[in-house]
Ligand binder design. Structure first.
Ligand SMILES: [Zn+2]
Length: 580
């Protein structure tokens, strides 16, 4: 982290979360919390809560949550440091020169070195494509009619593999430590490295600033997966980076085009559509959607016309809509992908296809129609009610009306009846608060144990006496996986320094947004007990659940001696008691 904790806490505590969020989202007091419509997912009934006491927010609909810094990161699409600067400015707080701190300087040097390494590697691959070794890859590009100009524009290359890249990078003077972090090499058994990419056509992946951050490689003649990527590094994140974004963002188009593959991006560029981007062979994620939103307010989804492509489009749409993008969808007819389409029918036909892209709602309704047999009454009814739900998500009444007529047309069901279904779907309250559990569990997901962990941590943060009692009775590792053991340790060490454990400060101890969400979920609850006895009883119940689950988790890997020990321990759990 770039700035010392005290500075981050100064900025955080100086910015009251309620006044910050209220400038983005209208909030209304409801009980101890304030509520509003969540800015991170589409909803009609407020499930987004803000707590002044805890200085945190939490959405019971989508699970978004965190402290005031998390909020700015999410809503302004900023990184941590920019969000910190943004909030420091807001309260006229002068940040120390963070760039000078030792750790910051080290991180910055590492990133700079990685950029330099990726650039050299790109140059190496590029040269290999022009060398005799790259002949087969060049022939492949010829067959796909990729012009020389386009090859240069996208810096396409060829990876001969073996140890060619390792040796090249060593000769260029890159230290072993950096080689290990490059995402391009794989450690061998003798403490050295070999190339991750062998016999592959190479696509350098550039960030929006135009720096090479990683690579995708398509197999040429050899074996292995058709496409592989660099592994993630401090400058490369597959779930975030978009192929082609450095050129697409400069295009004049108001919308980006989302396609599935590297070759689609390249082929579209060559046909005069520089606004195309692709996820890097990974499933399209919320982060990708946010990366699109940073550059445009709208996008056309153009995935392959096969079943897999249609499924991928249906999966991507909710992320894109959640990010606040206006989404249209189109599919190529009589071709398997955009590349093939342009080759068969030309750029003008493709422009027509783009112009005819439909709203995502119509696309979703059409797909629904394909899955059902509208000749059957039950399917017709199911179709109508599912379509009504999709229509209900549209804010615009005129659009909704148009969709209702469309559905009425295909089903023969009266528009009035569909409109009523839509109304019903719109007024339906958000589903009961549900917290997404993303931790991985050995064995089955144990909801009781999660509740116990959350309950105990919540109470430990609220009351020094309880945290003292729990500290004596539980080791952090007994809290299992995820954020819980770390949270418990942090609370214990904050108590040692007699600090108050404000949820927002605990959230700050986690850098990862997903982890911050999980921490927020812990504190979004309200634990209230009528008296001390019932509180003590609840604590002891949760404590026992936790102990048992810790023991259960150990059983699958235990040998017979350990097993006997575990069984004895489990029997003893009943006798344990913590007094508060
Ligand atoms: Zn939400």
């Amino acid at each position: 982290m770039l700035y010392p904790n005290e500075v981050i806490e100064d900025v955080r505590t100086g910015n009251d979360i309620v006044s910050v969020i209220a400038s983005y989202v209208p909030l209304k007091q409801k009980g101890v919390n304030l509520f509003g419509l969540c800015p991170f997912h589409q909803e009609r009934t407020p499930s987004f809560s803000v707590s002044a006491d805890k200085q945190m927010y939490y959405c019971f609909g989508c699970g978004a949550g965190g402290n005031v810094l998390t909020f700015i990161i999410q809503i302004e699409h900023m990184n941590f440091v920019d969000a910190l600067k943004f909030l420091a400015d807001r309260i006229h707080y002068v940040l120390p020169d963070g760039e000078n701190s030792e750790e910051a300087a080290r991180q910055a040097r590492l990133r700079e070195a990685l950029y330099a390494l990726q650039k050299k590697a790109a140059r190496f691959f590029y040269d290999c494509l022009l060398s005799p070794e790259g002949k087969a890859a060049a022939a492949y590009l010829d067959s796909r009619r990729v012009s020389i100009k386009t090859r240069v524009k996208y810096g396409l290359g060829y990876a001969p593999g073996g140890r060619a890249l390792v040796e090249f990078l060593r000769k260029e003077g890159f230290a072993d430590e950096l080689l290990g972090l490059s995402g391009l090499l794989i450690p061998d058994k003798r403490g050295g490295y070999y190339d991750r990419f062998t016999g592959r056509l190479m696509f350098p992946i550039l960030d929006p600033a135009g720096r090479v951050v990683g690579f995708g490689g398509r197999v040429i003649g050899g074996d292995g997966s058709k496409y592989i990527n660099s592994s993630d590094t401090p400058i490369f994140d597959k779930s975030r980076n978009l192929y082609g974004i450095h050129l697409a963002k400069k295009s004049k188009s108001a919308e980006l085009i989302l396609v599935e593959g590297y070759m689609d991006v390249i082929s579209l560029y060559q046909a005069g559509f520089p606004q195309a981007v692709a996820a890097l062979g990974t499933a399209f994620s919320q982060n990708h959607a946010q990366a699109v939103k940073k550059h445009r307010d709208g996008a056309v989804v153009l995935f392959d016309s096969d079943e897999a492509g249609t499924k991928a489009a249906l999966r991507a749409i909710p992320f894109l809509v959640n990010a606040g993008l206006t989404i249209r969808v189109t599919q190529v007819a009589d071709a398997k992908d955009p590349d093939e389409y342009i080759k068969s029918f030309g750029a003008d036909a493709f422009a027509g296809l783009l112009a005819m892209a439909k709203s995502h709602t119509i696309f979703q309704i059409e797909q629904l129609n394909k899955q059902l047999n509208l000749g059957i009454l039950t399917d017709r009814v199911k179709f109508t009610s599912e379509a009504a739900k999709l229509i209900a998500r549209n804010e615009n009444a005129i659009e909704r009306d148009a969709y209702i007529k469309e559905v009425a047309g295909v089903t023969g069901i009266s528009p009035e009846a569909i409109a009523m279904e839509t109304e019903k779907a719109m007024s339906r309250p958000v589903r009961a608060p549900r917290v997404r559990v993303t931790e991985t569990w050995r064995g089955k997901a144990d909801k009781g144990a999660i509740d116990a962990k959350r309950g105990l941590i919540y109470l430990a943060a609220a009351d020094p006496k309880i945290s003292a009692a729990l500290k004596n009775a539980l080791k952090p590792e007994e809290f299992g996986d995820g954020v819980y053991p770390k949270l418990f340790s942090i609370i214990n060490s904050m108590r040692e320094e007699s600090k108050e454990c404000i949820p927002a400060a605990l959230i700050s101890a986690f850098e990862d947004l997903e982890e911050q969400k999980q921490v927020s979920a812990v504190f979004a609850r309200a634990e209230e007990y009528p008296d001390k006895t019932s509180k003590a009883k609840a604590i002891n119940e949760m404590f026992k659940v936790l102990k048992r689950s810790y023991i259960d988790d150990k059983i699958p890997a235990a040998d017979i001696n350990q097993l006997n020990e575990l069984v004895k321990m489990k029997r003893n759990v009943d006798k344990l008691y913590i007094s508060i």
